[in-house]
Structure formats: structure tokens, C-alpha cells
Design a binder for this molecule. Structure first.
Ligand SMILES: NC(=O)c1ccc[n+]([C@@H]2O[C@H](COP(=O)([O-])OP(=O)(O)OC[C@H]3O[C@@H](n4cnc5c(N)ncnc54)[C@H](OP(=O)(O)O)[C@@H]3O)[C@@H](O)[C@H]2O)c1
Length: 238
């Protein structure tokens, strides 16, 4: 089984990579990141590119097509909640087109660059698993607190993108399963500034969250299109 891990230097992505290394059926992992990361095994490969750059994603896909390589698992871990000069908006007055567009660029359009090309990269026969890291705050129905406009909107758009693509992906491969995954609140650089305000919510380690994902992935395979699930395997309303 060959796997593609996108956003490979993130805290959760590194935990996925460690997990994949423990699985005997996982024969090769291709890692994509903006910066170099060290592969654990000789057969694993690292590709340095920015997923926001559609031309770079296209070149990657073209090269894999030349190799006739097909993935059976794809994990897209890309996501931004804060970065230098950018913090999630608490109030409507803080909403600006430039911040919304930055959240969209990273949280929606970069995954879309991959999703649009996945049928060229993936097997059309046999089990196929595609996981996009989303967030519970991207649920429209579950939104009680408001705020975090750019992050919420861009993750809700990612969810809609995945849900809209699911019928096409399932026509391409009837054994495809497509997930939007909420990892819980996990101890990574993404959550670091917010961990002190979590109240009674558990703070998970990356490996706890990833164990939850793989527990779900090893359950009997249902052919029901896209799912939005959390680290406990529970469905989240879209
Ligand atoms: N940690 C949490 O509590 C939590 C909660 C809910 C949802 N999530 C979601 O889980 C996913 C993984 O997050 P994490 O906790 O592992 O955070 P992290 O350690 O900060 O990793 C961030 C990820 O996003 C990519 N990324 C960041 N900025 C980017 C940019 N400008 N352009 C392209 N890629 C960029 C990174 O890829 P590179 O390899 O290129 O650096 C990396 O995969 C995200 O989608 C996040 O929204 C996390």
C-alpha cells in the first residue's frame, strides 16, 4: 500500500507518518511539505513544494503519472489557525478581506489543488482512503460560539468541497472512502496559543488523535460517501 502525506512537517502529519511506519502493509510513503523532513525508511520519499502553488502541485502529479504510481491512501493535513501577523478574529469588526483570503488560500484552496487532481494519483480499483484534516468548528450546524471567522468559513468550505467531490470520487473508485477528520484539540503548534482556555476538553497528543483515526479506518468499510468524523469515530453534523 502506498500513501501520500501532504503537509508532512505538521505535528499531526508526523504522528501519521510514525503510525504508517508501524503498519506492515504500508510499503511506501511519499511526503510533501514546504520544508524538508527526514524520511524514516529508504523507500519513503520527500517532495518539497508549497501546496498553495497550483503549478507546483501539477508538476508533482505529472511526475507521479510518469512513474505510473498510484496511491491507496492520501492524508492532507494542511491547516492554519494562526501565523505571524494573523490571529483568529474574535469579533466581526476584525474581519478583513485579506485575512479571509489568507485562511481560504491555505485551508481551502491548497487542499483543493490536491483534491482536483486525486483521480490521476489514486487507484481506481481496490480500497482507497482519502482523509482531509478539517475541524469541528467548520461544522455549520454545530456552531454555537461564533468567532474565528476565517478559520471556520475556510474549514466549512473545505467540508463542502469534500462532500461535493465524494460522488465523483466514488464513481471513480467504488471502494473510495473520503473523510473530513476533526482530530480533537491536539498538542501541536496550531493549538498552542489556545490550550490554556480549553476548560474541561481533553488535550490529546498527536499519536492519541492519530490512533483514533486509524481505529476508524480499520472498522468495516461502508460505501456511503463522505463522512465528517471526530477522533472518537463519532459523526459531526456538516
Ligand atoms: N491541533 C489541533 O488542535 C487541531 C484541531 C482541529 C483541527 N486541526 C487540523 O489538523 C490539521 C493539522 O494541524 P496540526 O495540529 O498538525 O498543526 P501544525 O503542526 O501547525 O501543522 C500545520 C500543517 O499545515 C501545513 N501548513 C501550514 N501553513 C501552511 C501554508 N501557508 N501553506 C501550506 N501548508 C501549510 C503544514 O504543512 P508543512 O509540512 O508544509 O509545514 C502542516 O501540515 C490542520 O488541518 C488543522 O486545521 C488541528
Amino acid at each position: 500500500m502506498t500513501s501520500l502525506l501532504i503537509g508532512a512537517n505538521g505535528g499531526l502529519a508526523q504522528a501519521i507518518y510514525q503510525k504508517l511506519n508501524l503498519l506492515s502493509e504500508c510499503t511506501q510513503v511519499d511526503l510533501v511539505s514546504r520544508s524538508f523532513c527526514t524520511p524514516f525508511r529508504r523507500q519513503d520519499r520527500v517532495f518539497t513544494l508549497d501546496s498553495c502553488d497550483a503549478d507546483a502541485v501539477e508538476s508533482f502529479c505529472f511526475a507521479r503519472e510518469q512513474e505510473a504510481l498510484k496511491y491507496q491512501q492520501v492524508f492532507c493535513c494542511i491547516g492554519m489557525l494562526h501565523q505571524p501577523g494573523r490571529f483568529p478574529e474574535k469579533q466581526l469588526q476584525q474581519v478583513r478581506p485579506e485575512s479571509l483570503s489568507e485562511y481560504f488560500q491555505i485551508n481551502t484552496l491548497a487542499p483543493a489543488n490536491w483534491l482536483a487532481r486525486l483521480t490521476r494519483l489514486c487507484s481506481s480499483k481496490g480500497p482507497l482512503t482519502i482523509v482531509f484534516f478539517s475541524a469541528r468548528v467548520g461544522s455549520i450546524e454545530d456552531n454555537q460560539l461564533g468567532g474565528w471567522y476565517g478559520y471556520r468559513i475556510s474549514k466549512a468550505a473545505l467540508n463542502m468541497l469534500v462532500k461535493s467531490a465524494a460522488p465523483e470520487l466514488i464513481r471513480f473508485n467504488p471502494q473510495a472512502r473520503i473523510l473530513c477528520y476533526h482530530p480533537g484539540t491536539v498538542d501541536t503548534s496550531l493549538s498552542a496559543p489556545f490550550q490554556s482556555r480549553m476548560g474541561t476538553k481533553p488535550l490529546l497528543t498527536p499519536s492519541q488523535s492519530v490512533d483514533g483515526l486509524f481505529r476508524y479506518l480499520t472498522m468495516p468499510h461502508e460505501q456511503t460517501g463522505a463522512k465528517f468524523i471526530d477522533w472518537q469515530g463519532k459523526s459531526i453534523p456538516w
